[in-house]
Design a protein around this ligand. Structure first.
Ligand code: BGC
Length: 448
């Protein structure tokens, strides 16, 4: 019909121009009346999803979510939009543009905590209290998860897993060959790195892929936890300390500097997912990263206990569970609200979580998923740590520090890995903490 109307319009234009050129007036013999026959509007049942799970292990885990969704909603077509960029670095930028332009997808990935708050503050999200209540998540999820999605008294996302950010992965044959024990604090980390460098100069003692920058924060975070413990960690990232004068922060920066000679030298050219392979092969001795690296090692065929192992790090002064929570949202003004509800319900389902988390490297947060769900040691230890250790929201990947601060902070740290200038790093950090009012932005975290 649209085409017919267009053709008629073109014909009319042509006709009128012909009339204009014609020497004699044209006689219109018969008037053509076009009556618009109503065409039924077919609203496709679909769900547009944006996420960043493209690396080995991540993609396979997302396929599990899709499988469960399709089984429960065979009539809804999934329009999948994976955006590469670990931790959502690309997605965050793309999403800000789409949301500002009022072109929201039906759902997109975020991280619970300050990252989610950023979208809430922008008035880009609708609450999901209906899904929360329907799945009884006040009871079925731990209180700490509840806190990370609640802003202004409402829930703004449905999480389905907890990643642990503070794992130290290491190559087992190398450690056996050199008679090394996994380090428990930053001083031991430096000592083990030194031992590797002396015995096997061709091996990089500590792997890092800092092209995406956030990995530099992951490494700093375990150094800070080792030097200051979890209280200092939380105070630092919520703007409670005077960074320029605080002795613990300075000590952490000094220890971070002491790691530089042991890092994989071309770290600026690599991203996180470039590192697990060489670690599995023994070209890299250790790396500090979340348990999404375990998923990638497993997918690539490296065996836990034989090729690689991971320990919670640091274990001194206190071993904590540094938590990252993957979450999906309900943007304002979406085209397919029913599909969004179905999607969020699926994420809260313990069966989906059970299967997804085995592949993803993270642990389920629904209490109906038992520890025995996991066939491997790493998951079982993560699950035990989640229940038994203090849970601290990770700074990077959304949970604790405000997003605008994190962006500058990762620049400061990646620069520092080349300059090693402690004074400059501390004064720059103090400056961005003040100018972004990190303390003010973090009030939600301390609110009772
Ligand atoms: C997410 C993980 C993901 C990792 C790397 C983190 O922010 O929580 O699910 O595997 O980024 O992309």
């Amino acid at each position: 019909m649209k085409r017919l109307l267009t053709l008629l319009a073109i014909a009319a234009v042509l006709a009128s121009s012909l009339v204009a050129c014609a020497p004699v007036p044209q006689v219109i013999e018969k008037e053509v009346v076009v009556t618009a026959t109503p065409v039924p509007v077919v609203v496709e049942k679909e769900l547009t999803v944006y996420h960043w799970w493209t690396a080995g292990g991540e993609k396979q885990a997302m396929d599990v979510i899709f499988k469960h969704f399709r089984a429960a909603n065979p009539d809804i077509k999934i329009v999948d939009n994976p955006l590469a960029g670990g931790g959502g670095i690309t997605l965050k930028t793309v999403m800000q543009g789409m949301l500002a332009a009022k072109m929201p997808p039906d759902t997109f990935q975020s991280l619970s905590g300050s990252e989610l708050k950023m979208y809430v503050d922008g008035a880009y999200l609708d609450p999901v209290d209906d899904v929360w209540a329907a799945n009884n998540l006040d009871t079925n999820y731990p209180a700490v998860i509840n806190k990370m999605v609640t802003f202004n008294g409402k829930k703004y996302g449905i999480p389905m897993n907890a990643h642990r950010a503070n794992w130290l992965f290491y190559n087992v044959p190398l450690f056996k060959e050199l008679g090394l024990e996994p380090p428990t604090n930053v001083d031991e980390l430096i000592a083990v790195a030194k031992a590797i460098k002396e015995a096997r100069p061709e091996v990089s003692p500590i792997g890092l892929g800092s092209r995406d920058k956030w990995t530099a924060i992951f490494l700093f975070d375990v150094v800070l936890l080792s030097e200051g413990g979890p209280d200092v960690y939380e105070q630092f990232y919520t703007g409670q300390l005077d960074v320029e004068t605080d002795p613990v922060i300075r000590a952490a920066m000094e220890k971070y500097k002491a790691l530089i000679p042991y890092l994989y030298p071309y770290h600026g050219a690599k991203i996180w997912s470039d590192i697990p392979g060489p670690l599995g092969e023994g070209q890299i001795g250790m790396m500090v990263i979340g348990d999404f690296a375990a998923a990638q090692l497993v997918q690539a065929g490296y065996v836990e206990g034989t090729d690689w192992e991971a320990v919670g790090f640091p274990q001194e002064p206190e071993e904590v569970f540094l938590m990252i929570v993957d979450t999906f949202t309900r943007p304002v003004g979406i085209k397919h609200p029913e599909a969004n509800t179905a999607w969020l319900n699926n994420l809260a389902d313990p069966d989906t979580q059970a299967e997804f988390n085995i592949i993803k490297g993270s642990i389920a947060i629904h209490k109906d998923v038992p520890d025995s769900n996991y066939p491997d040691d790493l998951h079982q230890r993560a699950s035990a740590a989640f229940k038994g250790k203090r849970i601290v929201p990770a700074s990077a990947h959304g949970a604790l520090a405000p997003q605008n601060f994190l962006s500058d902070w990762q620049d400061i740290l990646t620069r520092f890995l080349y300059t090693g200038d402690v004074d400059a790093a501390l004064s720059q950090t103090a400056l961005v903490m003040t100018s972004y009012d990190v303390a003010g932005q973090s009030e939600w975290y301390w609110a009772k």
